[in-house]
Write a protein that binds this ligand. Structure first.
Ligand code: CDP
Ligand code: CDP
Length: 224
């Protein structure tokens, strides 16, 4: 029952991955790794430097000289690039709109995956992203693929923005999510895809607590 396992959570934008991953990591006292934040961090730095998100070679050089740290706070995780706190900046629309282009390059993914795997060497990790179950942690004891309808996902992002006092346009959010789904699902390297041995949960009509309960039941079984 006390085995330290690896938990891989994948799915499209706003399916609820990071929300439930954080809660589960806290319940199990595991490390939580938000791999999307790593791709966002590189994208943020590339935009600062005026590097074209299509330019894989320049991005790779940049990544090699960039430190990306995920630091666990009490209630949330902070993201640092070269020692600078960029937790808020990496969620800005300009980063969101370029991140899927930055993350399509094979060399970038290879280096990111190498860094992500280092976090998981001792197990006891909850990692969320797009290719965790298929590529980063193919031997994870627990693989969960979260889905939700696009209207519900856009509504969730809309409400998040309203809460933060950021102006948001629902229709634009639908479009942005659909575009990212399409880029992430159709790229050549490690596309967004459910691993064959992952269980699938459709969160469209479920509360966060209901999703967490379902996942914890499954995790307890797998930890035995
Ligand atoms: O939180 P949200 O669902 O908006 O996205 P995210 O998890 O922060 O990921 C941002 C983007 O990074 C995704 O749309 C993917 O393009 C990329 N990503 C990836 O390619 N592979 C991962 N393991 C995680 C994220
Ligand atoms: O990480 P990912 O992009 O998959 O999604 P998220 O950022 O965890 O969740 C998006 C939003 O949906 C958050 O504001 C959650 O509070 C909300 N949510 C929800 O309303 N119902 C769920 N079952 C899961 C998340």
């Amino acid at each position: 029952m006390n085995k330290n396992i690896s938990i891989a959570i994948d799915g499209p934008a706003a399916a609820g991955k990071s929300t439930v991953a954080k809660i589960i990591a806290q319940k199990l006292s595991y490390l939580y790794i938000d791999t999307g934040a790593m791709y966002r961090a590189l994208t943020w730095k590339a935009l600062q430097k005026g590097i074209d998100p299509e330019d894989g070679e320049q991005l790779f050089q940049l990544l090699k000289e960039t430190s990306i740290e995920l630091k666990q706070g009490k209630n949330h995780q902070k993201v640092f690039v070269d020692g600078q706190d960029v937790t808020e900046e990496i969620r800005l629309p300009e980063v969101t709109n370029s991140v899927s282009t930055v993350s399509k390059h094979a060399s970038i993914r290879e280096e990111m995956v190498r860094r992500q795997q280092q976090f998981a060497v001792n197990g006891g990790v909850v990692m969320d992203g797009r290719d965790i179950g298929t590529n980063v942690l193919p031997k994870a004891e627990v693989k969960i693929f979260l889905r939700a309808g696009v209207k519900e996902r856009a509504k969730r992002r809309y409400l998040e923005n309203v809460k933060k006092g950021i102006p948001a346009d629902y229709d634009q959010l639908v479009e942005e999510i659909l575009k990212r789904d399409e880029l992430d699902s159709n790229r050549e390297v490690a596309p967004l895809k459910k691993a064959e041995d992952a269980i699938e949960i459709d969160t469209t009509d479920l509360s966060i607590d209901q999703v967490v309960d379902q996942m914890m039941k499954y995790i307890k079984e797998r930890k035995k």
